[in-house]
Ligand binder design. Structure first.
Ligand SMILES: [Zn+2]
Length: 524
């Protein structure tokens, strides 16, 4: 095992192949910049042979100064039966003008016979020729041995011959791929070890890399197993997005490498930005961040049971496997009907409110009373923080609602639209504003912002990130209660607030008002 490994990110290529993901060129550039900033040394930008957007990406990225990362273009070995300089796909790889080129080739005899429909000897020649050709053009060449583990299990000597052919032709890294994602960690460790032994006896000196997929839920475990067996490059994607169920999740494997295996891949300071990077990648992919992912999920260090909470308050690591701040995450204590006063006191501390036991008791009673009316604070801690603040004698609400009105209309040629007007008091001044929106909540949000931004310019950076509506079967059969949870962001943090009422507009409004009030707290 090496003391340090290189991370190779393929979010922009393998990740972009995931169902439901579509990155614009701008998205790709922004993700590349963030990966560079956090210290990922290799960024695979795309496959110039597969689409015009990727060709354009490689043109644009040359004009963008990166601090340290090297960009890689991805492609395949030359086609069967033609020379490299006659293969247009190989020509596009050179035209991308990247310092690194990654090429994928076959290692599994089944694929050579039945997918490529060529001979085993020609496939070896395709691997060797393409590596040699790209090396001759001054590129660092990473050779992706597709289906290496399945190929090894079917025909070990042929899989090894393919890897050796790439090594002998001068590949800088031979990347062993578990393309179908079905290999187990102990198999990976054994096969990597045997491959390494074999390659050290052959001409050339390639390093080994690992590329895993998560079809058996083993992608990160398999990458770790490969590192233990001598791989020095680990490939994966942000949040594990990728074909089928996805790739090795870099947000899981990086902390595991660094904190569990003691293998360095990022600086400590950079590791602390991992949670932020994960959320940025989710937002850019237009996916709600998954709370239940290791290390970087919002629930990764969330404590709900009263016993857990009181233990964590006494000894921080009693219910946590690491200090969450190492990866830029935070411990959260969830507030709900199950909570004890300890949860609330803890929460108060975290929100920087100096709450007495009596205040905690009052807020807890309020939480329990509100929850019986359909509020739910577990996903909406910002609303609880506000309750604590509002109990403080010096606290003044930043604005007060006087009236609001919403009209939803359908008009010929225009379709549905909504208009809201809001009257709020800010200090001594009464602001009366109106705005349109694509729906009633959007219109209310716009009108409220219009009223508040002149007094509180920092609200301009605040935007709604998520809006969840749940219809609750209330005790009364006639009126169902509607709960609305709004998640709001201001670029570097997010928070959630809740409203509940038989009327969806009222519950949305309550949640919206809390979200703005929270944004204006000094801590926010
Ligand atoms: Zn892959």
């Amino acid at each position: 095992m090496y003391a340090a490994v290189f991370i190779y990110d393929t979010t922009l290529r393998d990740g972009a192949q995931a169902e439901g993901i579509s990155f614009s060129l701008e998205d790709k550039i922004r993700i590349a910049q963030r990966l560079d900033a956090i210290g990922v040394p290799f960024i695979e930008g795309g496959w110039p042979g597969s689409n015009a957007k990727d060709v354009e990406f490689f043109r644009r990225i040359q004009t963008i100064p990166l601090k340290q990362a090297q960009v890689a273009a991805f492609g395949a070995t030359r086609r069967a039966g033609i020379a490299c300089d006659a293969d247009s796909q190989v020509a596009l790889l050179l035209a991308a003008e990247t310092p690194v080129v990654a090429i994928v080739g076959k290692s599994w005899d089944l694929h050579v016979h039945h997918v490529l429909e060529t001979t085993l000897a020609e496939n070896l020649a395709m691997v060797a020729d393409t590596v040699r050709y790209l090396k001759a053009h001054g590129r660092q060449v990473f050779y992706d041995a597709e289906h290496f583990f399945d190929g090894y299990k079917a025909n070990p000597s042929y899989a090894l011959e393919c890897a050796a052919a790439a090594q002998e032709a001068g590949a800088d890294v031979v990347v062993l791929c578990d393309t179908n994602g079905g290999t187990m960690p102990w198999e990976i460790e054994e096969i990597v070890r045997k491959t390494r032994m074999h390659l050290t006896e052959q001409p050339g000196a390639s390093a080994l890399g690992i590329h895993t997929h998560d079809d058996a839920g083993m992608a990160a475990a398999n990458a770790l197993a490969a590192v233990r067996a001598g791989c020095i490059q680990v490939q994966g994607t942000l949040n594990g997005i990728g074909e089928r169920v996805g790739n090795c999740n870099l947000c899981t494997v990086i902390p595991n490498l660094q904190l569990k295996l003691g293998v360095r891949c990022l600086e400590d300071e950079q590791l602390r930005r991992l949670t932020e990077l994960s959320r940025f990648a989710s937002e850019t992919a237009n996916l709600a961040p998954n709370p239940r992912v290791p290390y970087v999920g919002a629930s990764a260090f969330a404590h709900k049971g009263g016993i857990h909470v009181s233990a964590v308050m006494k000894v921080e690591h009693s219910y946590q496997h690491i200090d969450p701040t190492l990866v830029g995450n935070e411990r959260r204590v969830l507030i709900s009907e199950l909570s004890g006063r300890g949860n609330l006191l803890y929460k108060a501390q975290q929100f920087g409110v100096d709450a007495s036991k009596e205040e905690a008791r009052q807020v807890l009673a309020q939480v329990k009373e509100q929850e019986s009316r359909g509020f739910y604070y577990e996903g909406a801690e910002a609303s609880v923080a506000l309750m604590l603040h509002r109990l403080k004698p010096g606290y003044r609400r930043p604005f007060e609602l006087i009236d609001f009105m919403v009209v939803v209309e359908h008009r010929q040629g225009r379709g549905i639209f909504a208009e809201a007007s809001v009257k709020v008091k800010v200090g001594a001044e009464v602001m009366h504003t109106a705005a349109e929106g694509n729906g009633p909540v959007n219109a209310l949000d716009q009108a409220l912002r219009k009223a508040l931004i002149p007094h509180y310019p920092r609200l301009a950076d605040v935007h709604l990130a998520d809006f969840k509506v749940r219809i609750l079967d209330g005790e009364s059969a006639t009126a169902a209660t509607t709960r609305v949870i709004i998640t709001t962001q201001n670029g570097h943090r997010d928070w959630s607030t809740v409203g509940s009422s038989p009327n969806i507009i009222e519950s949305s409004w309550q949640s919206l008002v809390d979200s703005m009030e929270y944004a204006l707290l000094p801590e926010a």
